[in-house]
Design a protein around this ligand. Structure first.
Ligand code: HPA
Ligand code: ZN
Length: 336
């Protein structure tokens, strides 16, 4: 779009991207070979990187995507795999003009395959250090729990000594809740979120992507989250919209993800204009850039194409993103 350079140069903060979702088909195939991981032989999508990419263009739902997402991450084995994956993301983020990124990861998806938490965290942590040194991009890590798994298993993972250490030593800033949204309402995870609050961790949860607006209100009321990931179905509840606007709770909206996963037919259907009109704060994010056909600047451009926002509106969106970030006040002051 004609605002491409302007949008590139805005000091953008990304709050909703899953590091495992930065795994491109090309890297996936290379790592499968290097780590001797067998890809499914009964699914033609895994015939080649090109076939896999073509399959990504035909996702029908969140669960259809998650099936490929979990197979994909099975090729991540060594700490260097996790480091390379995150560096691949940070390189794109740098080109797109991202100043600060708060990124998700899914420890349970690795622990269940016999990959230690230390392996995952070592790789991601060294990538974060390199990103700051090489690109000046600051970042925070958000540890997500997989809501499709039995709650007792999630609680056990939360209490795992390695995770607890990373919560207490500052390696991890906050917790999130992801994977299949329905039928796994937020209140199932009340105990984990209470424990996280006790530890002084920041808290967010995916809600209102496929699930109803009650998943948003219950994330706020029962889990005490400070942000909502996606939250597009907030638009269906006028009263809740006004409450979220009044409280200044930020949504991390992912427009291209919403289209690719068939939550909306086109970006125009994402309630961006409604959020602006009501004064709901939101940031714009890539979610799983290798799977959804775009990094963060592609999402900004798609929103601009659909809504033709003014320069002031864009500046306001970026400022809300800085203010809604979980970095230090010193870093926020640098970004504003
Ligand atoms: N929603 C839920 N779980 C996820 C997503 C998402 O958009 N991306 C990766 N895990
Ligand atoms: Zn997500």
């Amino acid at each position: 779009s004609h605002l491409h350079n302007f949008l590139q140069e805005l000091p953008k903060c990304e709050h909703h991207m899953h590091l495992e979702g930065a795994l491109t088909p090309e890297v996936l195939f290379n790592l499968a070979k290097r780590n001797n991981i067998a890809l499914p032989s009964d699914d033609e999508a895994f015939a080649s990187p090109e076939a896999l990419l073509a399959r990504y263009n035909r996702f029908t739902s969140l669960d259809d995507f998650l099936h490929y997402y979990y197979i994909g991450m099975s090729v991540l084995v060594e700490a260097s795999d996790f480091e390379d994956l995150a560096m691949d993301y940070f390189r794109h983020a740098n080109v797109d003009g991202v100043a600060h990124a708060e990124v998700f990861f899914d420890p349970q998806a690795h622990l269940s395959r016999g990959i230690s938490y230390a392996t995952v965290l070592t790789g991601f942590t060294s990538a974060r250090q390199r990103a700051e040194k090489e690109f000046g991009i600051t970042s925070e890590l958000i540890c997500c729990f997989l809501r499709h798994l039995p709650v007792p298993e999630c609680i056990e993972t939360f209490k795992n000594a390695d995770l607890q250490a990373s919560f207490k030593n500052g390696a991890v800033t906050g917790i999130g809740l992801d994977s299949s949204e329905k039928p796994f309402p937020p209140e199932l995870f009340k105990e984990i979120y209470a424990g996280a609050k006790e530890l002084g961790l920041r808290r967010t949860a995916h809600a209102g992507e496929e699930g109803p607006a009650t998943y948003i209100s219950n994330s706020l009321d029962v889990l005490n989250v400070e942000r909502i990931d996606h939250g597009i179905r907030l638009a269906e509840d006028e009263e809740l919209l006004r409450r979220v606007a009044k409280d200044g709770t930020m949504l991390s909206v992912c427009p291209l993800s919403n289209v690719v996963l068939c939550c909306v037919k086109e970006v125009k259907e994402v309630p961006i204009r409604k959020f602006l009109d009501v004064g709901v704060k939101f940031s714009i994010n890539s979610d799983d850039p290798a799977y959804f056909g775009g990094y963060v600047l592609d999402n900004y451009c798609a929103v601009h194409e659909a809504f033709d926002l003014t320069i002031d509106e864009w500046s306001g969106i970026c400022r809300a993103g800085i203010e809604g970030s979980w970095c230090s006040q010193t870093r926020k002051d640098e970004l504003i």
